[in-house]
Structures are given as structure tokens and as C-alpha cells.
Design a protein around this ligand. Structure first.
Ligand code: MTE
Ligand code: HPA
Ligand code: MOS
Length: 749
């Protein structure tokens, strides 16, 4: 089934925040933000700006009737700065005017005096100055000290992976409208409608029921709108509360790039120990996460780094520690993979360095240590239904890994200017919010009296096609034609207290709730139909818009049963709640069973490096991916393609750059390069692994949103192998992204 939005997307008819028809008296918002990364505000003069015709009011923290606090996990982030500035781009005031142009003019006239303080921009600096968000976290398995004492090889090293800009096509934005009695309705481009509702209520000092949040769809989120869609909506709502007029606030690209956080840069160190037969018996790592100026989601992201620190490998002795380092950058935030990719880059780097020093191919070490059934993860969960070896072997066999390796070797023997490299990248990714209580969702299903159906859930559509999947669950369970089902907007008055659309778990959590609601409706309607046909409810089946008795088609249609249900006064609405069973995690012991299941896969990447210029092309990426029993292979394959390219971008070309003063230099698409049609791999092949699927996944169709991003890590090591083939003196470095400049330096060091 096609994505149900595809027609309206192609025709430009799909609605986003900026497409909403605004009320005639709508006002427009714009943020005045900090022009330094760290300092004390001495004086601000708004008078000139306020005097411009069309400027209605400039809001500051003094106008807040509730709390000036938007922190989710830790209350450490003001909506608007009070006395101290903690990052370049931190919101200080909110200009509301009759047009955006007037607000922009006013912004230029605000005079601010700041006493500058030294800025911390890197995690290492923060660690040296004891600047942290919270206490460190550590996972332990076995005894690394003892294991290192028995190793034949011990290799240490350090890595860096840079941040990444989400670059959702639709920038952050919202439209807030006053309703009666001080109620406010906010249409927001957010992954977390409940967060927007909750934080707005907190800042405005009103109960949550006064705030309604509606989400139509997002032009991409990628994690960047899990927490960071909130401040803009809250600002607009504060203005609505005071002015009783609608306020629209859509960030332009420059403001969005400057003011929002990104994927966390990590600086890490590792120590890996192996025996002669290439078994990894010990692994230690310290991850320094550059969290930025406030916690945002950093503690949860740090936790997921630990969960994925050993990727697809079984290592019996593990000690990993993560420190969330407080710096003067915009608070970094969720980004596809949520700390997992940063962890996995480190273990892959450790294996690459070990392979280089021992003098074997990286793949030999990887393959010798792949996770097996009943192995224990460092966090205590026992691995079951493991497909690590299966995806590796299937990829090696189906894509003829040996032949690829031989071809690369031959090519390199015959060519001097161009060198090829190949790498294999296995992935293992845990599915569930790592914070167990968040793993719940609800669905509200209405059958209208004409037999058409409306489905509301807590899921936010952001291009990942979750609405299409919800529709599939509903029509299949109800036995009706897909055209009879409509997916409603995501709205806090219909489905409340939701977890954000995140952790790749949205289709699982909300889909299971839809399934439950539809099953309950069907069992009720089976009674109605059984009465109509003098049969037993247990003999009734709904299929193809008709009623079947013992699998024989009766003359009664879906619509007939709904009409009768109305006469019989049977409820045609159902609300269902789903909470993932089995999972648990004890943070005091750092042990438990946090994930419903894992997603597995293996990618083979080949690249060609131009050894004169340092530029490279990704020739091909061939993937065996564990979709479970995919309920929509077209959509799921699209998710793998998109995530792969996003991962390659992070590892090879996307270079976030702040200067020493904490100013974002890569603040436009002219200075920040994302993969385009010319830089994507020439060949991308994605084949599903044949598996039984997993009952914890919706219709056995495994979560797919984030895991394939980490296939992109393979590109780093393929390029590195090409550099090694050219320059025998090259000492492998693990400093992502591997830009052509770094490649060139590696080729000639
Ligand atoms: N795909 C598109 N097209 N746009 C997005 O914003 N976000 C990704 C992934 N795929 C995203 C996407 C992220 S970060 C997550 S967590 C999942 O989708 C969330 O949706 P799901 O839980 O329905 O997979
Ligand atoms: N993944 C993504 N988003 C989250 C998570 C997680 O595990 N926990 C809280 N927000
Ligand atoms: Mo995705 S980073 O969990 O929004």
C-alpha cells in the first residue's frame, strides 16, 4: 500500500503549519536571541524597537505568569534568558508585530550590553572544568581488569564524531489561537504534542486542559522536534495569553540553524583487548557527550550510547562510562539513533584500530565476535531471536563479499590514482524507549453510522508513514476497504498523555492500541451480526466489507451491521491503551530488560577514493535488513534508504562548525553540506532477511525508523580502507566526518 499522503504531497495539497489559513487579526512572532555564547546581561534597551509602528509587544521573562522553565528531564532551561546567557542563539525576548517584516526591523533596533564570559565549546574542555549536566553513568559486565590481564592484544585510542543538523524541510513553527475562557489551541510542528501542552501549561501557569495541541503532520523531524519544537509554541502561547490574538511563529532557516541543538558531538576513548584467536574479551570506553548549555534529552541519549556501545558483538567483559558535558552551545538533542550511532562508531573504531595493529582485516575480528542466541548484553538483557550472524552471513553470501573483496584488491593493485575500499557494518538496535514508563500509547477509533471510520492515535506523521501503517492495522482488523478509514490529526484532546513520536516505536505502540480498539469493536459487532443471521458470534468474521459465517459469505454487509448496531444502541467508539509487556530496567543496578526486541542487519559498503584530490564516491551499499515480517516493504525500504543516506552524511560530509567563541559558522546550506543526489551511493540494494518476525512488533513488522542510520558508519571504514591501500604510512584516525580534506591529509601523511 502506498503512503496515504503521496497524492496530496505530490500535488502540494498536504497541509503544514505554514499552510494554515490564518485569522485576519493574526500577529507574527520573532525571537531576539543572544549574540554571544556566554555572558551576563548588563542592560537591554527595547525602546527604539517598541516604537516602530506595528510592533505590538516585546515579551521577556518578566511577562511569564507561570514558571520560566522548559526543561523536560532536568529543570535547567529558561524559556527566555534572565540575567545570564548560556549559548549563542539563546532566546532573550519575543517580538510580536503585525508582520514578520516589521518584527525583523524591530529586532535590529534592540540594544544589548553584555559582559562576556569565557565560553566552553568542547566536551573535553567541559570535563577539565568539571562542567557537567548530571552525574556520569556506567555499565559493567564481567571484570575488565582481569580480562585485560589475559589478553594477547590490548589497543587503546580515541575518537571524535561531530554533531549533525537535522535539516527537516519544514522549519520549527506553530500557530497559537485564543479560544474562549482563556483556552488556547496550538497547531505545532512537534513530535511531542503532550510535551508542548505540558510545558505551555507550566509556563503560562494554567492547567493542561486549557491548552489543546494539534499536529497535522511534520515536514520531517528526525528527533529535532522531540523536545525542541516546544519553546516556539510556548512563546506564541505566552503572547496569546496576554494579547488575546492569534500568533503565528515559523522560524526562518537561519534562525532555526542558529537557535536549535543538533546531534551530540562525542569525544571518546577506548581500550579493547583480544586473544590470539581474535576474540574480544574486554572493552572499556569513556564517552564525552557535548550536551550543550542545558540538559534537554541529553541524559536519555547518553544512556542509549551505553546500550549500544558493543553494537552487534558479544563481549564478556565491558566497562563503559558516559559523561554529559555542559558547554556553551545550543542544547544538543535527539537525532535518529539517539546516541546509539555515537556509541557504535567507537566500538567500530576500536575494532578497526585493533585490526590495523594486529595486521588482519577488520571483518575477521567483527565476524569472530558477532552476537549469538542467549548472549548477555552489558545491561543484563539476554539476546533472543538474534539475527546478527544470520544477516552477516546472508549479506556475505548473497552479495558475494569474497568476490567484492577480491575485486577491490585487484583494482588497487592495478590503479595508483584511484583506490577502492570495502567495509562490512553490522547493526543491532534496541526497540523501546529506554525509559520504560514511556512505552505506552492509546488509540481512539470511531465507526460513524455510515460505516466510515476515524482513527486517532498519539502518533505523529513526519514522513515515516506511520499514518499509513495505522490505517493498515485498522482496515485489516475491521475487514473493510482502506478507503473507509481516515487518520485524524494528532490532538491532545482526543488522545492524551502521549509519549513523543520517537524511539522508532511509534508504529508498534500506537499500532498495538489501534489493533486492540478494533478487535474490541469487532467482538461487539460480531454479536450484532450473529443476531441478524441467527448464528453464533464465534462463527462471525468480517472481511471485504461483508459478514462471513464460518468463512461463508453472508448477504449482510459491513454497513448493514453498523446500521443495526445504531438501532441496538451498541457503542461504535472504542478507546484502547497499550503498554509494552515484559520490559523493565533498574537504574540503580544498570541492569534489566529494557528492549521489547532488537533489530539486526548488515551492510557492505564499497567506495572509490581519488588519491589526487581526496574526494571519493560511495560506489555501493548492499544491505540485508531484518524487517521482521514487514507490513509495508515499500515504506520500510524507503526508511532504510533515507536513514542510510543520513548516516553516510553524518560520517562523511556534514561538518558542523562553531568557532572558539561558540558562534555557529556552518549556519547556511552554503557552509553545511548534506548529501545530495550526486553524493548518494551509485547502487543501493536492500534485501529483507527471511525471519519469523516478532510478536512484540506490530503485526510482526519490526520497527525500522532509526536502526539503518548506523549502516552509514560503514562508509567511514570503507574510505579508511581505501586510504590505507594508498598510503602504507597512514595511521588510522577516527575523526568523523571523513571529509575530503581529512582524506587528503591521510593519503599523504
Ligand atoms: N522518516 C522521515 N521521513 N522523517 C522523519 O522525521 N524520523 C526518524 C524516523 N524516520 C523521520 C523518519 C526518527 S528519528 C524516528 S525516531 C522515527 O522515524 C519515528 O517514527 P516511528 O517511530 O514511526 O518509526
Ligand atoms: N529514544 C528516543 N527518544 C527518547 C527515548 C529513546 O529511547 N527516550 C526518551 N526519548
Ligand atoms: Mo527519533 S531521534 O527517536 O525522534
Amino acid at each position: 500500500m502506498k503512503n496515504i499522503d503521496s497524492y496530496s504531497h505530490v500535488r502540494g495539497e498536504s497541509l503544514f503549519v505554514d499552510d494554515l489559513i490564518t485569522r485576519q487579526d493574526t500577529l507574527y512572532g520573532l525571537v531576539f536571541d543572544a549574540p554571544v555564547a556566554h555572558g551576563i546581561i548588563k542592560h537591554i534597551d527595547y525602546s527604539e524597537a517598541e516604537n516602530i509602528e506595528g510592533v505590538i509587544k516585546i515579551f521577556t521573562y518578566k511577562d511569564i505568569l507561570g514558571e520560566n522553565q522548559i526543561g523536560g528531564i532536568i529543570p535547567d532551561e529558561p524559556l527566555w534568558a534572565e540575567n545570564e546567557i548560556h549559548f549563542w542563539g539563546q532566546p532573550i525576548a519575543f517580538i510580536v508585530a503585525t508582520s514578520e517584516a516589521i518584527a525583523k526591523k524591530a529586532r535590529k533596533l534592540i540594544r544589548i550590553e553584555i559582559e562576556k564570559l569565557p565560553a566552553i565549546t568542547t566536551a573535553k574542555e567541559a570535563k577539565a572544568k568539571n562542567s557537567f549536566i548530571n552525574a556520569p553513568r556506567s555499565f559493567h559486565l564481567g571484570d575488565t581488569d582481569n580480562a585485560f590481564a589475559h589478553c594477547d592484544f590490548i589497543i587503546e585510542g580515541e575518537t571524535f564524531s561531530n554533531g549533525q543538523e537535522h535539516l527537516y524541510l519544514e522549519t520549527q513553527g506553530c500557530y497559537a489561537v485564543p479560544m474562549e475562557n482563556g483556552n488556547i489551541k496550538i497547531t505545532s510542528s512537534t513530535q511531542g504534542p503532550t510535551s508542548v501542552q505540558k510545558i505551555t501549561a507550566r509556563v503560562l501557569g494554567v492547567p493542561m486542559h486549557k491548552i489543546e495541541v494539534d499536529v497535522i503532520r511534520l515536514g520531517g523531524g528526525f528527533g529535532g522536534k522531540e523536545d525542541q519544537a516546544t519553546p516556539w509554541a510556548v512563546m506564541a502561547a505566552v503572547a496569546v495569553q496576554h494579547l488575546k490574538k492569534p500568533v503565528k511563529f515559523v522560524l526562518n532557516r537561519h534562525d532555526d540553524l542558529r537557535m536549535t541543538g543538533k546531534r551530540h558531538p562525542y569525544e571518546s576513548t577506548f581500550k579493547i583487548g583480544l586473544t590470539k584467536d581474535l576474540k574480544i574479551t574486554a572493552f572499556e570506553a569513556e564517552f564525552l557527550q557535548n550536551s550543550g548549555a542545558a540538559a534537554d534529552l541529553s541524559p536519555a541519549i547518553a544512556e542509549r550510547t551505553l546500550f549500544h556501545a558493543t553494537n552487534s558483538y558479544y563481549i564478556p567483559n565491558v566497562k563503559t562510562t558516559v559523561l554529559s558535558c555542559k558547554t556553551n552551545l545550543p542544547p544538543n538533542t535527539a537525532f535518529r539513533g539517539f546516541g546509539g550511532p555515537q556509541g557504535m562508531f567507537v566500538i567500530e573504531s576500536a575494532i578497526a584500530k585493533a585490526a590495523h595493529i594486529i595486521g588482519v582485516e577488520k571483518e575477521r575480528i567483527q565476524e569472530a565476535n558477532l552476537l549469538d542466541e542467549n548472549d548477555t548484553f552489558s545491561y543484563g538483557q539476554i539476546a533472543t531471536q538474534v539475527e546478527a550472524k544470520n544477516t552477516w552471513r546472508t549479506a556475505a553470501l548473497n552479495f558475494k563479499l569474497e568476490k567484492i573483496e577480491n575485486e577491490v584488491r585487484d583494482f588497487n593493485a592495478q590503479n595508483t590514482q584511484f583506490k577502492k575500499g570495502v567495509s562490512v557494518m553490522p547493526i543491532t538496535f534496541g526497540i523501546s524507549f529506554t525509559n520504560t514508563p514511556m512505552n505506552n500509547a492509546r488509540a481512539l477509533v470511531h465507526i460513524y453510522q455510515d460505516g466510515s471510520v476515524g482513527v486517532s492515535t498519539g502518533a505523529v506523521e513526519m514522513g515515516q508513514s506511520v499514518n499509513t501503517k495505522m490505517l493498515q492495522v485498522a482496515y485489516k482488523t475491521l475487514g473493510i476497504h482502506p478507503s473507509k478509514v481516515k487518520l485524524e490529526t494528532t490532538n491532545t484532546t482526543r488522545v492524551a498523555n502521549t509519549s513523543p513520536t520517537a524511539a522508532s516505536s511509534t508504529a508498534d505502540l500506537n499500532g498495538k492500541a489501534v489493533l486492540k480498539a478494533c478487535e474490541t469493536l469487532i467482538s461487539r459487532l460480531s454479536e450484532v451480526a450473529a443476531n441478524m443471521l441467527n448464528a453464533k458470534a464465534s462463527e462471525v468474521n468480517f472481511k471485504n466489507d461483508a459478514v462471513f459465517i464460518n468463512n461463508k459469505k453472508s448477504p449482510i454487509t459491513w454497513e448493514d451491521v453498523i446500521a443495526q448496531a445504531m438501532l441496538d444502541r451498541v457503542a461504535l467508539t472504542e478507546n484502547a491503551h497499550y503498554a509494552t509487556p515484559v520490559i523493565h530496567f533498574d537504574k540503580t543496578k544498570e541492569k534489566g530488560h529494557p528492549f521489547a526486541y532488537h533489530v539486526y542487519g548488515t551492510a557492505i559498503t564499497t567506495t572509490t577514493v581519488n588519491c589526487l584530490t581526496g574526494t571519493y564516491e560511495i560506489d555501493s551499499v548492499k544491505i540485508i535488513h531484518d524487517f521482521g515480517k514487514s507490513m509495508n516493504l515499500g515504506i520500510d525500504t524507503g526508511q532504510v534508504e533515507g536513514a542510510l543516506i543520513q548516516g553516510i552524511g553524518w560520517m562523511t560530509m556534514e561538518e558542523i562548525s562553531y568557532n572558539k567563541e561558540g558562534k555557529l559558522l556552518s549556519n547556511a546550506l552554503s557552509t553545511y553540506k548534506v548529501p545530495d543526489i550526486f553524493s548518494v551511493p551509485k547502487t543501493v540494494e536492500i534485501a529483507p532477511l527471511e525471519t519469523k518476525g516478532n510478536d512484540m512488533a506490530i503485526l510482526k513488522s519490526k520497527a525500522v525508523g532509526e536502526p539503518p542510520l548506523m549502516y552509514g558508519i560503514g562508509a567511514y571504514f570503507a574510505i579508511q580502507n581505501a586510504v590505507k591501500a594508498f598510503n602504507p604510512n597512514y595511521e588510522p584516525k577516527f575523526h568523523a566526518p571523513f571529509t575530503p580534506e581529512k582524506v587528503l591529509m591521510g593519503l599523504y601523511e
